[in-house]
Ligand binder design. Structure first.
Ligand code: GAP
Length: 513
């Protein structure tokens, strides 16, 4: 199965089993907006709980808040979002389709890279064992020509983006002879900047002054509450404020399923430190966050750091944790050392002091900030794509199994009476009642036991409990493990303890303590 097929199958699977649906589907959907179904929302809640507990419960010096989505519009001027949260856009006059200019150029580069790869594969077939890829890439005229085109395009694109030179971007699109994928023409408008924030009107105020924004990140709700939390919580630097919440961005290129959405959720933590100590804390959070991801057991090789060479003007260190999604390594989380930029700007724009008096040094200062910022939906996608497997069993049967970490699995235990009669459903209900206060359990008595196992595999349930006639006499049940498919006979009295050991979030948290 190619990665492309895997991705297609995964999207279909998540819809078929109630993880994720396109939003407003009966009205033909709404671009880049998705709904979480009955299993998707359980999975998402488990991920959020894992993040929240690892931040707020495991660290005495981190507390959590829940700030409003609507905020004073001046906040977005102070943060720089009104002035600089832009994408360069270009329209094709024939198809009336709008594109991000830099994405058109990236796609052009990707096509050239594909051509190079095809030439390399041709060479490999032609020369067989004797093929020297390095030499081929360094000497083949087709490869060299395309590599030169890529380099020239990239150089001009970076220069134009850095200089915010929109005319140069348009000229580059024309020089590369890029056509609209819909109309096939080169009939382009000029490139314009487009702000990604959604705006709306506050009820009681009309006109321009009533315009407010849907927050494009949750971080600003933390910055503007810095002193409220510090004072009321008697927090001492270094300390952190965590928040999980919705964010909104009018993304122009919204694709790759829930990777880039217009309405999404973030889990952000701002860690306030003494000026001069920020790089030490940056290194610590970089390591801590990678360990959090790796503890999920998807595979250490699936993650890598991408350290930023070019830093935003307010940052003095930045890295992304990238995940190997079915469409390649892409950003999953950002960790940034943001200096005193945000608090400093809010101090300036609000006219209120946002300083901390440090009792150890007897000094007042604006703390420096390390930010960890991760998308909930991207984590859901990483977990889904890491879990999805198609397997052929010993008896030749096929199964699709979602190998979620048990602590994240939407349903923890399936309770299955072998038949719908003879008192087995009653005993099964008794078992359900004893487990359901702790864990999300599912009762299923329809179809053969084999079919029921397949259904539970497909939604990633770690444990199935089967009740048979013998259970009525010996009060033992068959416990089946999702991954090994091993079955063992266990006393009903021991079930709660066994289930707890397997699925309790506590054991996952212990790994990242
Ligand atoms: N406060 C910093 C901040 O918002 P960001 O890199 O723009 O930084 C942080 O976003 C994280 O939010 C990303 O690493 C990604 O996981 C998630 N994210 C950003 N835009 C997204 C979108 N359109 N759809 C889904 N997730 C998104």
């Amino acid at each position: 199965m190619t990665q492309e097929e895997l991705f297609k199958n995964l999207i279909a699977h998540t819809k078929e089993y109630g993880f994720i649906f396109p939003s407003s589907e009966i009205y033909d959907g709404l671009g880049a907006v998705y709904d979480y179904g009955q299993l998707g929302s359980e999975l998402k809640n488990n991920i959020k709980r894992y993040w929240w507990d690892s931040m707020v419960r495991l660290n005495e010096n981190i507390v959590g808040i829940d700030s409003a989505i609507f905020m004073h519009p001046k906040i977005w001027e102070a943060s720089g979002h009104v002035g600089a949260f832009n994408d360069p856009l270009i329209d094709n006059k024939d198809s009336k389709k709008r594109y991000r200019a830099d994405v058109l150029l990236e796609d052009y580069i990707a096509k050239l890279e594909e051509k190079i790869n095809k030439d390399v594969e041709k060479g490999r077939k032609k020369f067989g064992e004797a093929f020297d890829e390095e030499q081929f890439r360094a000497t083949n005229p087709n490869v060299l020509r395309n590599a030169k085109k890529i380099e020239a395009c990239r150089e001009r694109m970076v220069a134009a983006l850095n200089a915010n030179d929109l005319d140069a971007l348009k000229q580059l699109i024309l020089d590369c002879e890029i056509v609209c994928p819909i109309s096939g023409t080169k009939n382009w408008t000029d490139v314009r900047q487009f702000n990604l924030m959604f705006s709306t009107q506050l009820g009681s105020v009309s006109g321009e002054s009533g315009t407010i924004y849907l927050r494009p990140e949750t971080a600003q709700g933390i910055f503007v509450n810095f002193l409220n939390v510090q004072k009321t919580g008697r927090m001492k630097v270094p300390f952190g404020i965590a928040q999980i919440g919705k964010a909104f961005r009018n993304e122009i290129v919204a694709r790759q399923f829930i990777f880039r959405m217009r309405e999404f959720e973030q889990m952000e933590m701002q860690f306030f430190v003494r000026p001069g100590e920020e790089l030490k804390w940056f290194a610590k959070w970089k390591e801590t966050r990678l360990a959090w991801h790796k503890a999920l057991g998807i595979g250490d090789e699936k993650y890598r750091y991408h350290d930023h060479e070019k830093l935003a003007h307010y940052a003095n260190a930045a890295t992304d944790i990238e995940f190997d999604f079915p469409f390649g390594f892409k950003e999953l989380e950002g960790i940034h050392s943001r200096t005193d930029f945000d608090l400093g700007r809010h101090q300036e724009f609000s006219g209120k002091k946002l300083q901390y008096f440090d009792p150890e040094t007897n000094e007042s200062y604006v703390p420096y900030v390390i930010e960890t910022s991760i998308g909930v939906d991207r984590t859901v996608l990483a977990v889904l794509s890491g879990a999805y497997a198609q397997e052929t069993l010993e008896n030749g049967e096929e199964r699709v199994v979602m190998k979620f970490h048990p602590a994240l699995a939407p349903v923890k235990v399936a309770v299955l009476p072998l038949v719908k009669k003879d008192g087995l459903p009653e005993l099964a209900r008794e078992i359900m009642s004893s487990l359901k206060y702790e864990y999300n359990c599912q009762y299923d008595e329809k179809d053969s036991i084999g079919k029921r196992y397949r259904r539970q595999d497909a939604i990633g349930t770690p444990l199935c409990v089967t009740i048979d006639h013998e259970s009525l006499n010996d009060r033992c049940v068959t416990l089946r493990d999702r991954d090994t498919m091993q079955q063992e006979r266990v006393p009903i009295e021991k079930l709660a303890e066994i289930v707890d050991k397997k699925v309790n979030l506590k054991y996952l948290l212990e790994k990242v303590r």
